[in-house]
Design a protein around this ligand. Structure first.
Ligand code: C2E
Ligand code: MG
Ligand code: MG
Ligand code: MG
Length: 280
């Protein structure tokens, strides 16, 4: 039987989709075990007050090295976790692990070590899990006050059921936590939500910060975000600061906090605590 070109392509396409599905399934299976066997861990990147240089918080960033010793970036495994629903146990683990780490730093310090931990919450996780009680229990188990946590959400969380997400955000605020809008400027364009929701911090996406000094359009966008935040009584964090000059410029423009490789890369917990002790 002579195959037509079209059906040959369809077969190739089907074969390719199958390979992708199999690779995803393989990653899913490994990912499912990772949370349990300890091959998933958190790293911590400092967020500094751009005025004083003090470390105010650390963002908890997940890292995964599989059984073959292969490291996978979050940009590879978070989407797989979201599609498979594994983001719920992974997200709960990140909240627990962040609370455990912060409590261990407090214990080493002999009291409140003086920083908050920022934990990322995925939009899918917010849809599928009861986050406020999960956060409340994790804090309570470690004897931590709510003000010690910042929760980072993205605009995509607001797309599907904004009323439900608003309820969750108010519940999280009720615990005393800080709420940050992550990757601000890259998502949803209806800004009306900003005045309705209890957001404390806008995190200016790295794409506007990188190369900002040589790009008038990026500076214009950053200035607009800073003045929007100021008008709404919110603080700001710039991500992706890779030079001192960039940090100084952002401070002069009125940005509150900064995060980036010039201050530190994401660090292992012990190294993050050592940096904190060294700086305070
Ligand atoms: P994000 O929340 O926007 O985190 C900031 C990302 O920017 C991190 O990438 C960090 O390593 C990177 N970064 C910080 N400073 C610089 C810099 O100066 N230059 C450059 N080039 N990059 C910088 P990472 O750790 O690869 O995480 C990527 C994304 O994965 C995060 O973006 C977040 O959306 C997601 N993610 C990471 N951990 C978790 C987690 O535990 N839960 C959830 N839901 N998402 C997570
Ligand atoms: Mg984040
Ligand atoms: Mg971010
Ligand atoms: Mg980002």
């Amino acid at each position: 039987v002579k195959r037509s070109k079209v059906s040959g392509n369809a077969e190739a396409y089907q074969q390719q989709s199958f390979e992708i599905a199999r690779a995803q399934f393989g990653m899913e299976t490994a990912l499912r075990r990772a949370v349990e066997d300890g091959s998933m861990r958190l790293t911590f990147q400092p967020i500094c007050d751009l005025g004083t240089g003090r470390i105010v918080s650390f963002e908890a960033l997940a890292r995964w090295t599989d059984e073959q010793g292969q490291a996978h970036p979050p940009s590879a495994f978070i989407p797989v976790a979201e599609e498979s629903g594994l983001i719920v146990p992974l997200g709960r683990w990140a909240i627990e692990e962040a609370a455990r780490t912060l409590a261990s730093w407090d214990a080493a310090h002999g009291g409140d070590c003086g920083v908050k931990l920022a934990v990322n919450l995925s939009a899918i996780q917010l849809q599928r899990d009861a986050i406020a009680p999960v956060v409340e229990r994790a804090l309570a188990r470690r004897g931590l006050e709510g003000r010690r946590f910042t929760l980072e959400l993205t605009e995509s969380a607001l797309v599907s059921d904004p009323d439900r997400i608003a309820g969750i955000m108010h519940a999280l605020k009720g615990l005393g936590t800080t709420l940050a809008m992550d990757d601000f400027g890259t998502g949803y364009s209806n800004l009306a939500y900003l005045q309705k929701l209890p957001i404390d911090i806008l995190k200016i996406d790295r794409s506007f910060v990188t190369g900002m000094l040589a790009d008038r359009d990026k500076i214009a966008i950053v200035r607009a975000i800073l003045s929007l935040a100021q008008a709404l009584g919110m603080q700001t964090t710039a991500e992706g600061i890779e030079s001192n000059e960039l940090g100084q410029t952002l401070a002069a423009l009125g940005c509150t906090y900064g995060q980036g490789f010039v201050y530190a890369r994401p660090l292992e917990a012990a190294d993050a605590y050592a940096m904190l002790v060294d700086r305070h």
